[in-house]
Design a protein around this ligand. Structure first.
Ligand SMILES: CC(C)(COP(=O)(O)OP(=O)(O)OC[C@H]1O[C@@H](n2cnc3c(N)ncnc32)[C@H](O)[C@@H]1OP(=O)(O)O)[C@@H](O)C(=O)NCCC(=O)NCCS
Length: 170
């Protein structure tokens, strides 16, 4: 079952991120700090629950694209994590698919991810679509991908993607 997080889930979500990212705490801390910011969207911090146990988490947050004609709102997918013992069973895919559907339902048009080049394209993310968008973390290559939830949302848009400062150094 995929559902939005509740306050009771905070420590489990921290733990899942820490375990999935090889004991690194940066991503786990990122989720905790983003929760305190205006970039955080409670309905888009989703957990995967199996038999009453939370085994995965995904977060989508507000970001924007800075263009000469003004800022364009977008959504960042980051981070996502599935407990190591539960990986490769489709849980991550379900989190991404249901998360994107929730983004669309809330009216968001553009989603951006910096992530595994062989994983995210299966959900519709495209490096080609992100070519006109500057990655704020240097040359991100094909790991820098975008997706339109509303067809044409990125047409003609060129600019720099701005993440909340909490992402710096993660
Ligand atoms: C990435 C992750 C969330 C996927 O969750 P999952 O439940 O295992 O995903 P699914 O079962 O839906 O899909 C499994 C696929 O993910 C792929 N995958 C897992 N880790 C990957 C990686 N580091 N690079 C590329 N692909 C990866 C697997 O190879 C598998 O591919 P296949 O379907 O072609 O065999 C999970 O592996 C994880 O938590 N990894 C550690 C944290 C992480 O890297 N998060 C993403 C940051 S961008």
């Amino acid at each position: 079952m995929i559902r939005p997080e509740t306050q009771n889930d905070y420590s489990t979500i921290y733990h899942i991120n820490q375990l999935a990212f090889d004991e690194r705490e940066a991503e786990a801390r990122l989720v905790d700090t983003l929760r305190q910011t205006s970039a955080f969207i409670p309905e888009l911090s989703l957990v995967a629950e199996e038999e009453g146990r939370i085994v995965g988490h995904i977060l989508f947050s507000h970001i924007h694209i800075e263009t000469p004609h003004g800022n364009i709102p977008a959504i960042a997918l980051a981070p996502m994590a599935v407990l190591p013992d539960f990986q490769n069973r489709g849980i991550g895919s379900q989190l991404v698919r249901e998360g994107l559907a929730a983004c669309k339902h809330l009216g968001h048009a553009i989603v951006i991810v910096l992530g595994h080049t062989t994983y995210y394209p299966r959900f519709g993310f495209s490096a080609a679509l992100a070519k006109a968008l500057e990655c704020p973390y240097g040359d991100c290559g094909d790991a820098w991908m975008a997706m339109e939830l509303i067809p044409g949302a990125l047409a003609g848009i060129q600019g720099k993607v701005v993440y909340p400062p909490e992402f710096d150094g993660v």
